[in-house]
Write a protein that binds this ligand. Structure first.
Ligand code: ADP
Length: 218
C-alpha cells in the first residue's frame, strides 16, 4: 500500500529523519517505538500527508504524495487516512455520534449511510449506549474510542495512531489495545501505531524502531 523511500526531514539545521525506508502492506499492524524525540511523530505526519518539506518519497497505491496537487492530497488525507492522537480532540459541544460523523459533514457526505456506519462503529467499539453523550459525560477510554470511530468513519485504508493510550490509565489503555487488535483481525484494518506502551508495542506483527532518525524493522 505504502512505500517509504529514503525520507530525510530537517527542522532548521536539525536533521530529524536521516534516510527512512519502509513499507506498509494491506492488513499490517505495525508498531513504531523509539526514544522521545527520535522522529516517530514526524514520520507519521509525513505518511499522513500533514507535513512536507522532506526529501525522498512516500508512495501510496502507486502515487507519490510529493507529486500530488492540493486537491488530491486533501482527498488522500480525508479519505485514505484515519488519525488518532494522544489527546482525542473531540469537540466538547458535540455528542459522540456528532463527533463521529463530523468528517462526513465536513466532506459534504453526510447521509443515511454515514449514520448507519457511525452506529455500526459505536456498536463495534462497545460505546453504543454513549451515542448521545457529550465528551464530558464519558470516561477517557470512551472518549478515545469515539476518536477511533471518527477516524474510521470514512473507511480509510490506513489508520495512523500517535500514542493513542498515552493519556489513559492501564485499564482503558488495555481496552483501546483490544480494540485495535479487533479492528485489525476482524476487519483487516491496516494500522500503524506509535507507542511507548510496551504491551501495545508487543502486539504488532511488525515492530519498527526509530533510533536517531533511522528506522530498523524486526
Ligand atoms: P518522537 O515522536 O519520536 O518523540 P518527534 O518526531 O516528535 O519525535 O520529534 C523529533 C525531533 O524533531 C524533536 O527533536 C523535536 O523537537 C523536533 N521537532 C518536531 N516537530 C518540530 C517542529 N514543528 N519544529 C521544530 N522542531 C520539531
Amino acid at each position: 500500500m505504502i512505500y517509504i523511500h529514503e525520507i530525510e526531514k530537517s527542522y532548521g539545521s536539525t536533521k530529524v529523519l536521516k534516510g527512512v525506508n519502509g513499507s506498509i502492506a494491506k492488513g499490517d499492524f505495525i508498531t513504531i517505538v523509539g526514544a522521545s524525540g527520535a522522529g516517530k511523530s514526524t514520520l507519521l505526519h509525513l505518511i499522513a500527508g500533514l507535513d512536507k518539506g522532506h526529501s525522498g518519497s512516500i508512495e501510496f497505491n502507486g502515487q507519490m504524495l510529493e507529486s500530488m496537487d492540493k486537491t488530491s492530497l486533501n482527498a488522500y488525507r480525508n479519505q485514505q487516512i484515519g488519525l488518532v492522537f494522544q489527546f482525542h480532540n473531540l469537540l466538547p459541544e458535540l455528542t459522540a455520534l456528532e463527533n463521529i460523523t463530523l468528517p462526513r459533514w465536513i466532506g459534504g457526505k453526510m447521509n443515511k449511510s454515514a449514520l448507519l456506519k457511525a452506529n455500526e462503529l459505536l456498536e463495534l467499539l462497545g460505546i453504543a449506549d454513549r451515542a448521545h453523550h457529550l465528551p464530558s459525560e464519558m470516561s477517557g477510554g470512551e472518549q478515545q474510542r469515539v476518536a477511533i470511530a471518527r477516524a474510521l468513519i470514512n473507511e480509510p485504508e490506513l489508520l495512523l495512531a500517535d500514542e493513542p493510550t498515552g493519556n489513559l490509565d492501564s485499564e482503558n489503555a488495555q481496552a483501546v489495545h483490544d480494540l485495535l487488535i479487533k479492528l485489525n483481525r476482524e476487519l483487516g484494518q491496516t494500522i500503524v501505531v506509535v507507542t511507548h506502551n510496551k504491551s501495545l508495542a508487543a502486539l504488532g506483527q511488525t515492530k519498527w524502531t526509530m533510533t536517531d532518525g533511522k528506522l530498523s524493522s524486526d
